[in-house]
Design a protein around this ligand. Structure first.
Ligand SMILES: CSCC[C@H](NC(C)=O)C(=O)O
Ligand SMILES: [Zn+2]
Ligand SMILES: [Zn+2]
Length: 467
């Protein structure tokens, strides 16, 4: 892979003002659906959003299919057949669900988009309805071009757009079910694009792997008694012992941030004292969030209560306590090491730990990566060359959280996480989420570039004669 190159000047918007307004109107229509994912019977406005997607894709002339394996959790697929449909296709995936918004913390109504100072405020503007809309608008540009050189574009490989629910609550009933369907098999996907995150710098980040989310439950039992005494071996004391060691590990990982990648020069941890750019490191890569482990104490339960936690008996030492940790494990950290740490922390405290993920953590105990070596993975070269052709530095990273791309990579389908937002504050899951109109419109053009290149890619040598 070539190193990231110096910033250039990206093409500015070439759309007429009325076309920009049309594009922003479409984006705002999508933002109006309160598609908050949750485990309720109707799943917010999934169905209404799905109907809007079906109409929008059909109006574009795409073949539209809806898969509803789990009631009220539809997956929508729009397809544009390529001139060589036997070749592996390009999948543009996005999730249409969003996280909840705390109304009292927002300055605007989260599902009534507001345009102010060149920005659009609404839940989902970054995560990830921007990308849902940009895919649609890029296809619209390519199908009904008003601007050269998009005129007469015909994809060689088929292009599929998938819009899935439930990503924000684990994705099992969304992307998980979609991947197991005959519909998905029929798409014959070679490369998928999925979400990334905004880059505050003048660069595009893209993600080729992600950290594994492990949620750990620790339960302790201990002696009870009067709150005025020195009772030994209490449940809370045991939990505190585990928590203190866990938080010390957290500190040690946080200190690694910004230091040279030890793997890049083969000299191990000692080299981490040298900040990025020094010390003979081959790549001069500073460790980022996706390269280190994180751990947060996110659940704490204890106390004797007769009314479900409304009031507590402050003078009774609780005989049980529980802690929950959200751990994120980078591909460089073997899972055996994680287990050994957890065993050591809990053994010393005389308690046990378990995975808290529903259905177990087995699928999360393997990291999957899409190769970013062009000699191994020709999709990477096409993606990277097309993206860098826009003159903005392009940075490969490991996604710090979990996305639907993990399901694709687990099936050995190449998947890059990418949301075209440069010079943009990262606001996913935050209050007052927004994206600038300029960034949004540039993103449409970025996808025009990417879709042209990816769907136009000639048969790769390894694809053989049958595609
Ligand atoms: C494991 S399912 C939860 C998925 C969620 N994804 C994001 C992007 O926030 C997370 O990483 O917590
Ligand atoms: Zn997302
Ligand atoms: Zn999210």
């Amino acid at each position: 892979m070539s190193p990231p190159f110096a910033p250039g000047t990206p093409a500015s918007s070439v759309l007429a003002p009325e076309e920009k307004e049309e594009a922003l109107a479409l984006f705002q229509e999508l933002l109006r659906f309160p598609t908050i994912s949750y485990a309720g019977p109707t799943n917010g406005s999934y169905r209404a959003c799905c109907e809007w997607l079906v109409k929008t894709l059909t109006d574009l002339g795409l073949k539209t299919q809806v898969l509803e394996v789990v009631p009220n959790k539809p997956v929508v697929v729009g397809s544009w057949e390529g001139s060589e449909p036997a070749l592996p296709s390009v999948l543009l995936n996005s999730h249409y669900d969003v996280v909840p918004a705390c109304l009292d913390q927002w300055e605007t109504e989260p599902f009534t988009p507001v345009r102010k100072d060149g920005k659009i405020y609404a839940r989902g503007t970054q995560d990830m309805k921007c990308v849902c809309a940009q895919y649609i608008l890029a296809i619209k540009r390519l199908k009904k071009p008003s601007i050269a050189p998009a005129a007469s574009f015909q994809p060689r490989r088929s292009i599929h757009l998938s819009f899935v629910p439930d990503e924000e609550i684990g994705g099992e009933d969304g992307m998980g079910r979609f991947l197991k369907s005959d519909l998905f098999r029929s798409l014959h996907v070679g490369l998928a694009l999925d979400e990334g995150i905004a880059s505050p710098e003048n660069s595009y980040k893209f993600f080729y792997s992600e950290r594994s989310p492990l949620w750990i439950r620790v339960r302790a039992k201990g002696l009870t008694g009067h709150g005025s005494r020195f009772i030994p071996d209490t449940a809370v004391e045991k939990i505190m012992h585990v928590a203190n060691q866990a938080l010390a590990f957290r500190d040690s990982q946080e200190k690694r941030l910004g230091y040279l990648c030890p793997a890049s020069n083969g000299e191990g941890e000692g080299e981490e004292g040298k900040r990025g750019g020094h010390g003979g490191c081959k790549h001069a890569l500073a460790l980022k969030l996706g390269d280190v482990a994180t751990l947060n104490l996110t659940v704490l339960k204890a106390g004797v209560s007769m009314d479900n936690g409304q009031t507590f008996a402050y003078n009774v030492i609780p005989h049980e306590a529980e802690a929950g940790f959200d751990m994120r494990i980078p591909p460089s950290m073997p899972f055996a090491e994680v287990r050994a740490l957890l065993d050591a922390w809990t053994d010393r405290a005389g308690v046990t730990w378990e995975f808290a993920q529903e259905g177990g953590a087995d699928p999360l105990l393997t990291h999957h990566a899409t190769s970013i070596d062009g000699a191994q993975n020709p999709w990477f070269s096409v993606f990277y060359d097309a993206l860098t052709s826009r003159g903005v530095p392009v940075i490969p990273e490991i996604f710090p959280a979990a996305t639907d791309a993990r399901f694709l990579r687990a099936r050995e389908i190449s998947a890059f996480g990418f949301s075209p937002m440069r010079k943009t504050e990262m606001l996913l899951h935050e209050h007052n989420e927004y994206v600038s109109e300029e960034v949004f419109m540039e993103g449409v053009e970025v996808y025009v570039t990417l879709v042209e290149a990816l769907s136009g890619a000639a048969r790769f040598e390894r694809e053989g004669a049958q595609g």
